[in-house]
Design a protein around this ligand. Structure first.
Ligand code: CO8
Length: 259
């Protein structure tokens, strides 16, 4: 087991639960935190026992953005040569295993961007989302202008990005940013339940389903449909497909093996 300075990692059966843990800074995403997160995700992806990953913060904040105090004196060359943001930050978005962001409290700036990298975004009724970078003289740098716009459309994305206004959980759900709102007290348990449910299915089928949905953001409809069809066809090479369909025909629960 690894321990980290800025995150807590707990393994619950096939589900890994990562808690961002810099309570004094509302989980501001310092370089140390993002490095810990990247390392933990690398390790969990390599661990065959893990089938899904939940990322959460505290009751007060998922994450209140990049660490402003840490980045305020960076020069352009520091940012450019260090490839500020992209190298470590994108790690959650490149996970092949399913990921769930469970957001309570503030998810601002880089915090909102991190939540949007997950496959499923569950929000507590206390969640607040926003891209307030404009209020500190900068702009979103880890997907806030791109993923947010794809998720909620230009009208709302432009308003949030240009004014720095926050959306509450109800507005975020109406706008299509979050899958579902959960009472704050149940958020983490519900996210783990969702992750466990996914882990009960065929792992390769889950990975293919995720990959296919993700391609919808990159491809034309014709190419996306072609990609989906190829993966769909390839599921017929899975033992799990034989098992799943036989079990249905035999009116019994399936026993997936993950191959
Ligand atoms: N960075 C550093 N410290 C922070 C941050 C932050 N983003 N957010 C809060 N903190 C610290 C505060 O400074 C304070 O510390 P201290 O007790 O030492 O003074 C502590 O956390 C508690 O915060 P507050 O006292 O401000 O708590 P409030 O409940 O009064 O307010 C807010 C909560 C509204 C969330 C407020 O803290 C706030 O506005 N925070 C900043 C939000 C923000 O602007 N985020 C965007 C940052 S820019 C960004 O994310 C760019 C992303 C680009 C990609 C990532 C690149 C790495």
């Amino acid at each position: 087991e690894f321990t980290y300075e800025n995150i807590l990692v707990e393994v619950r059966g096939p589900v890994a639960l990562i808690r961002l843990n810099r309570p004094k800074a509302l989980n501001a995403l310092s370089d140390g935190l993002v490095t810990d997160l990247q390392h933990a995700l690398d390790r969990l992806e390599d661990d065959d026992a893990i089938g899904a990953i939940v990322v959460t913060g505290s009751e007060k904040a998922f994450a209140a953005g990049a660490d402003i105090k840490e980045m305020k004196d960076k020069s352009y060359m520091d940012a450019y040569l260090g490839d500020f943001i992209t190298k470590k930050w994108g790690r959650l978005a490149t996970c092949r295993k399913p990921t769930i962001a469970a957001v309570a409290g503030y998810a601002l700036g880089g915090g909102c961007e991190l939540a949007m990298m997950a496959d499923i975004l569950l929000a507590a009724d206390t969640a607040k989302f926003g891209q307030p970078e404009i209020t500190i003289g900068t702009i979103p740098g880890a997907g806030g202008t791109q993923r947010l716009t794809r998720a909620i459309g230009k009208a709302k994305a432009m308003e949030l990005v240009l004014t720095g206004r926050m959306m509450d959980a109800a507005e975020a759900e109406r706008a299509g940013l979050v899958a579902r709102i959960v009472p704050a007290a149940d958020l983490v348990e519900e996210a783990v339940r969702v992750a466990e449910k996914i882990c009960g299915y065929s792992r390769p089928a889950v990975m293919m389903a995720k990959e296919a949905v993700d391609r919808a953001f990159e491809l034309t409809l014709t190419e996306g449909l072609r990609f989906e069809r190829r993966l769909f066809h390839s599921t017929f090479a899975l033992e799990d497909q034989k098992e799943g369909m036989s079990a249905f025909a035999e009116k019994r629960p399936p026993q997936f093996k993950g191959r």
